[in-house]
Design a protein around this ligand. Sequence first.
Ligand code: ADP
Ligand code: MG
Length: 586
Amino acid sequence: MENKKVHVLSDEVIGKIAAGEVVERPASVVKELVENSLDAGAKSVMIDLEAAGQGLIRVSDDGQGMTEEDAMLACEHHATSKISAITDLDSLATFGFRGEALSSIASVSHLLLTTRTRDSDSGVSIQVESGKVREVKPAARAHGTTVEVRNLFFNVPARKKFLKSDSTELSEIINVTGRFALSYPEAEFKLSHGGRVILHAASGLDQIGRIRLVMGQDVAEGMMPISYRSGKLSMTGYISKPSVTRKDRYSQVLFVNKRFVRSKSITDAVMDAYSSLLERGRYPAVALFLEVPASEVDVNVHPAKLLVKFSEEKMIKTHVYDSIVHAFSVLKRETGGQDTTLEENTFGSTLGLPGGMAPSQRLQTQASFEYAVEPERTAFLGGGLKVGWEGAPRGFTHEGEPLFQVGKCFIVRIKDNGLGIIDQHAAHERIFYEYFSNAVRSGSKEAQNLLFPVRLDLTARDAEVMETATEAFCALGFKIEHFGDRSYVVQTVPAILNDADIKSVIMDALGDLSSRVGRKIDHIDEMIKIMACRAAVKAGDELSEHEMNSILEQLKKCDLPFTCPHGRPTVIEISVEDMEKMFRRN
Ligand code: ADP
Ligand code: MG
């Protein structure tokens, strides 16, 4: 070791090192080659594989092709036609710019490049082995380029050892190809393995068709389009309807300027926009296409360009959040607030139907509620809860239509054209949730001083919780004073709670809070959800006509009436048409 000197590495070693960064596995080869095809303006990209890409990866396109001279150069390190000065990075409109992919792939495989431009009489084919050009000869082909990569990693056994099973490598290639199919709906993509076509996005297949193909029928089914522009930013794509979320978080794909990326800040903004609509452990599916001026985004921060850096991160987050919330408001306008698209099994089991229903039989969204224009919110528990009300709830009406309470849990409206079923607790919870959220956001608390302050004598554990929660209670409009030892006195409550049983609402909330041992209520939203749940009427509470009407009225005024704060639906509409389908009348 002593007499070893610093020396420059040989080209071969440099090549292999560079390849390690760009070419991690067969799927990365597919990604780089398809990017080159798209950069060359291809409208049709064919990918053929043998042995999950380890035997052969062939990508053929109908793009602009290369001259012989360019093709020879293309296989060298840092040879690119896409940028020439560092400032070009600010106006980048291509996937590639480093000039590293072809040379890297060539240094770890047997590569054959065949290409022809539109203007030349014949094509050329160049054979490269371990990064060295072995043979150049004329070749016949239509304009475009074909790159064949054989025996990937034949000279890097360590890399080969780290590859996963064929099926894993193959499924990663399918993922990569699927993402291109999503972001380039105008181009055709065909992926075959051992001669068998495994993914084919025809050129006429539109974006939602491609989402169905790539992300699955059931994901696509529950999505709605989104389109939003503000200033230099625009967002398009498809997102889950609020009531059709998923158990897995993997159905979220994100593209920035057509480039597939992972971005925690964007995913966070998506989750924030859905926050009050999601049950714990449920996630929206999204396919989002964000367009940002090239100067605002740095794509040169990751070897495979999977991560990007925004110059104004906060502005991007706000834009993502706004575009989703905007889509919800459009949905509300179009459906009158009733997002009743339900998942098959929910619907099937609710109505005791055998098996799942065909997608076409799903409930159609239907307009029924009109929205009051004035945003004023009135307390509606004025009459107090009549728990244990006796007698059959008959003869009640809402806007002239018959109204029933069923199973002490659901409010049912009977209309000429169908039924509306409202979950009384979920609906009421949504109402309280928005009321408290508005109070916290606007800082204007409609509070009400209690004539007889309520005294609470707490257990040690609850007193502990109260200490950490007083501020949050206060933000919602409560005034709670420490009265020595473990006693507290409630002086003021939010006006909406008026006649509710203050003591049990607060005690229940403390109970919920203390069950999250050791967790401070650092998120006011959590407190709001708890209070909304505890203040709302429960399943099992009998409601008066006035209470039922108030719930319906107040729900109409909510910004997001479709679900409770935990994401369960508040209303299900069943039209006569739906009934006909259920009874197989047509
Ligand atoms: P980069 O894409 O970063 O420029 P690559 O090594 O991937 O670097 O490609 C080098 C060059 O070869 C490209 O800049 C482009 O000019 C050319 N090239 C590669 N693939 C194709 C293709 N399918 N069609 C036309 N030109 C191509
Ligand atoms: Mg490239």
